[in-house]
Design a protein around this ligand. Structure first.
Ligand code: NAG
Ligand code: NAG
Ligand code: NAG
Ligand code: NAG
Ligand code: NAG
Ligand code: NAG
Ligand code: NAG
Ligand code: NAG
Ligand code: NAG
Ligand code: NAG
Ligand code: NAG
Ligand code: NAG
Length: 570
């Protein structure tokens, strides 16, 4: 009760301060308008103070059916003490939807057209305006690595006679496998807002990495970024431009053999430079998953001269190399094995609460760990964070979709997930310290049992565990319990604060009481009799498997709120 009241009071205070942006003369004599988030060494600053945050993701804000729904969502986020939201600032289509659904850019037959109408960039205008009013900062992502449309990507399949080729918006169907008949309304899934592969397909090319190398496509994407970035150049609500979500060499479209870390790093450098030219006010970040490659040749090598001394009170972690990390893992495993031997003498079989199933086999896991460190994804985050126009580093943590470290057989799968996540966080913090720039964990999440039927991996359009909740004998529920999720989130946030992360953004928010309209991404919830109600058609926000909307919602909000309090007071 009390904290809710304090938060409402806080909105008023923020509103007042947003109206009077201060112009500061910094110690170095540079006059800067501090209404924009900036960096100072490994920290963010805002209005002359340190700015450190726990935030949330809501990719679907632009797909909400009314302006009031944007207010409802941002207000409820703000009431949880959260002031940072990461959301999509792109929505590419290759055919203009026949309904009024949101689209920002038509990419068709080698030409692009930006939509600045009421169902176009004006949707984003409204999000920016309400964020400004509520003192919320937005991390705005400009494209996506993931937009699986295998019926189009697979030539054999596209030549087959499909019974229905368009969905309810008049757009080509998004079946991942012919016949799965994915009927989710457009923009329900986070990977259904267009992205790199729309450019590749519509410019008549076929490899994912053509997006990074073809001059015509680079020009088209730069033009899109100009349209959006120049529009909000002066808005204090923009925290940063994130060039892409999870850019890498491959996607559901394959990569050419020539794509390597140099390819992706050069592209990010080019775009960062372009965005900074259009908008010198805001920070730019890459949006990568955080993959590393110690052995890769660098385009932006670290200067051999010692870097400036850290800000007072700032801890500088020694560089955490892959070898060092492997040594740590080995030592820890050894200790645990000894402890387990001891314990097994004392107690017999332990039943593990929660039926979390490890998502991958051991062999796949080792392959995943290697891919994390060898540059095979085409991402070298050390090279990328050192690009001069990149203001800060980003990384993500999705244990249901990527492997971030080797499992320890003496630990439960869940405990492994938590610990490996903590190691990943520490390692990323070390990279940030090495380069003297802030770093943000820009998306992290775990799939719960309740969410398993909705969980669709980023490179897919089908929910692989949609049947896992069935009552069949061999069917094990997939996912962690709500309690395990809360536990993992709390431990990761804590570890992130201790390691020195400057931003920690959970994936993702869930919102009820939105305007539900059949056929849109916010469908009306069924009423008690399992029918679509005639009046009061409220719906919930889209869920790609990570939404906190549901029975555990309040608990997660509490974890985030506590995290925000801890990180901003630290
Ligand atoms: C689209 O919106 C316009 C104006 O808001 C409205 O008149 C029209 O009926 C809508 N069309 C559909 C298909 O919803
Ligand atoms: C793209 O070209 C195809 C084939 O020529 C045509 O059917 C389609 O209408 C074009 N799309 C747009 C949006 O112009
Ligand atoms: C949309 O773009 C056109 C052409 O650039 C411009 O004339 C118009 O003012 C823009 N409208 C809005 C609402 O931004
Ligand atoms: C392409 O689609 C066909 C027909 O559905 C299928 O047999 C084949 O395995 C698919 N190929 C790839 C690479 O997905
Ligand atoms: C780049 O894409 C354009 C447009 O499709 C194409 O005409 C051109 O040949 C491509 N360039 C290269 C080097 O492949
Ligand atoms: C990008 O914009 C420039 C300037 O308006 C234009 O000349 C160029 O053709 C555009 N690029 C593409 C691929 O449309
Ligand atoms: C990537 O490949 C190019 C040649 O295609 C090469 O010049 C470059 O050094 C490679 N980058 C790395 C990091 O190996
Ligand atoms: C998991 O970790 C918790 C402490 O965080 C510990 O109490 C529990 O015994 C561990 N379980 C297994 C199976 O490792
Ligand atoms: C999806 O991506 C993961 C990791 O990037 C990869 O292991 C998996 O094979 C991909 N699946 C498909 C269907 O592309
Ligand atoms: C899921 O359930 C449906 C209906 O019970 C069934 O037709 C389908 O084969 C099942 N899919 C899988 C992957 O088990
Ligand atoms: C949603 O609306 C219902 C009915 O008006 C109300 O009882 C409930 O408290 C609302 N929930 C939230 C989270 O706003
Ligand atoms: C549910 O919706 C149906 C169809 O609109 C309606 O006939 C029924 O009365 C509603 N039931 C409840 C409990 O609201």
């Amino acid at each position: 009760m009390r904290s809710a009241l304090l938060c409402v009071f806080g909105i008023g205070a923020l509103l007042a301060s947003a109206a009077n942006p201060t112009v500061h003369r910094r110690q170095d004599g540079i006059v800067s308008n501090d209404k924009f988030v900036q960096t100072q060494g490994s920290q963010f600053t805002l209005n002359g103070s340190r700015f450190r945050f726990v935030g949330t993701n809501a990719y679907w804000l632009q797909a909400l059916n009314t302006d009031q729904d944007v207010v409802t969502t941002l207000t409820s986020i703000r009431k949880s003490g959260i002031t940072v939201v990461r959301t999509w600032a792109f929505n590419d289509v290759d055919v203009i939807p026949s309904d009024n659904s949101t689209w920002f850019q038509l990419i068709a037959n080698g030409t692009t057209t930006v939509n600045n109408g009421t169902n176009g960039l004006q949707k984003l205008d409204s999000i920016i305006r309400h964020a400004e009013n509520l003192g919320i900062h937005l991390m705005l992502t400009l494209t996506n690595n993931w937009n699986p449309r295998p019926a189009l990507d697979n030539l054999t399949a596209s030549l087959q006679n499909l019974s229905a080729t368009v969905d309810s918006s008049g757009l080509p169907r998004r079946d991942v496998t012919i016949g799965t008949n994915n009927s989710l309304p457009r923009n329900t899934l986070s990977n259904d807002y267009g992205g790199m592969d729309v450019y590749v397909r519509q410019f008549g090319l076929k490899n994912h990495d053509d997006f990074y190398t073809n001059e015509t496509i680079i020009s088209a994407f730069m033009n899109y970024t100009t349209s959006v970035v120049s529009r909000y150049r002066d808005s204090p609500a923009v925290l940063a431009w994130e060039i892409a979500n999870d850019p890498r060499c491959n996607s559901s479209l394959a990569a050419t053999a020539t794509c390597n870390t140099t390819t992706v790093t050069s592209w990010i450098a080019k775009l960062a430079n372009h965005i900074k030219n259009v908008d010198p006010n805001h920070l730019v970040t890459s949006g990568t998953q955080g993959f590393l490659c110690e052995g890769c040749t660098k385009s932006f090598p670290r200067a051999q001269t010692p870097r400036p001394s850290p800000a007072p009170g700032q801890v500088v972690a020694p560089p955490l190399t892959k070898r060092k990390l492997e040594q740590e893992w080995a030592e820890r495993r050894k200790k645990r094995r000894a402890a387990a031997r001891k314990a097994s003498q004392a107690k017999s079989g332990m039943s593990i609460r929660g039926k979390w199933r490890a998502p991958e086999t051991k062999r796949q896991e080792n392959a995943g760990v290697t891919a994390l460190n060898d540059g095979s994804q085409g991402v070298d985050s050390e090279d990328i964070i050192n690009i001069p126009q990149i203001g800060f580093g980003t990384f993500q943590l999705f244990p249901d979709q990527n492997t971030y470290g080797p499992g320890d057989p003496t630990l439960s799968p869940f405990n492994n997930t938590v610990e490996i996540g903590i190691d990943w966080i520490k390692r990323q913090a070390a990279v940030s310290a090495l380069f003297g720039k802030p770093i943000s964990l820009s998306a992290f999440g775990l799939v719960t049992q309740e969410n398993a039927p909705q969980f669709v991996p980023f490179n897919s359009t089908v929910a692989p565990f949609s049947n896992a909740t069935g009552s069949g004998q061999n069917i094990q529920p997939y996912g962690v319990t709500d309690q395990q999720r809360d536990d993992a989130y709390a431990q990761w946030i804590q570890a992130g604060i201790e390691a020195g992360l400057q931003g920690i953004i959970q994936y993702q928010w869930g919102q009820v009481n939105l305007t539900g309209i059949p056929g849109t991404a916010i469908v009306p919830a069924l009423n008690e009799t399992g029918q679509s109600p005639v009046v009061n058609q409220t719906g919930v926000s889209p869920n790609d498997g990570y939404s906190i909307q549901g029975v555990g919602e309040v608990a997660v909000q509490g974890v985030l709120q506590q995290g925000q309090q801890a990180i901003s007071s630290g």
